[in-house]
Design a binder for this molecule. Structure first.
Ligand SMILES: [Zn+2]
Length: 133
């Protein structure tokens, strides 16, 4: 259990939902890496609203929020503090597992997912895409 109200990741600012997901100086680069991976522009100003409304796909956004929250909890509760550099890999892996399990007939290639996730998901039915993305 933490006895500080400061962000457990950067230890410089009071932790809020907005801070941990959109403004933490230690995690902000993650959104840029996600944008590059998906070939989309990162919102010019990162806020929870801009992240929720960013692009039309939610699978990687949900995966990113999930992995940031997991990382934050790991910093607080684990004896071995997780490495920040693994968050991006965690997002890529978890979103692949999630999409592959939701779209098992689409047979999404891991290699395609790594290199061009938009192309990797082109064969998914539009109706299913609306449901999962
Ligand atoms: Zn922080």
């Amino acid at each position: 259990m933490t006895d500080s109200i400061l962000c457990p990741v950067c230890s410089t600012t009071v932790e809020t939902v907005e801070h941990i997901f959109a403004n933490c100086s230690e995690l902000i680069v993650l959104w840029t890496r996600i944008a590059i991976w998906w070939g989309v522009r990162c919102p010019s100003q990162l806020t929870l609203d801009s992240l929720f409304n960013w692009a039309d796909s939610t699978s990687w956004k949900i995966g990113t929020f999930w992995c940031i929250w997991n990382f934050r909890n790991g910093v607080i509760f684990r004896a071995n503090i997780p490495k920040k550099s693994f968050i991006f890999d965690d997002v890529v892996h978890k979103s692949y597992v999630w999409i592959s399990s939701r779209c098992s007939k689409a047979k999404i290639s891991w290699s395609s997912w790594l290199h061009n996730p938009i192309n990797a998901t082109k064969m998914i039915d539009f109706d299913l895409k609306v449901a999962i993305f």
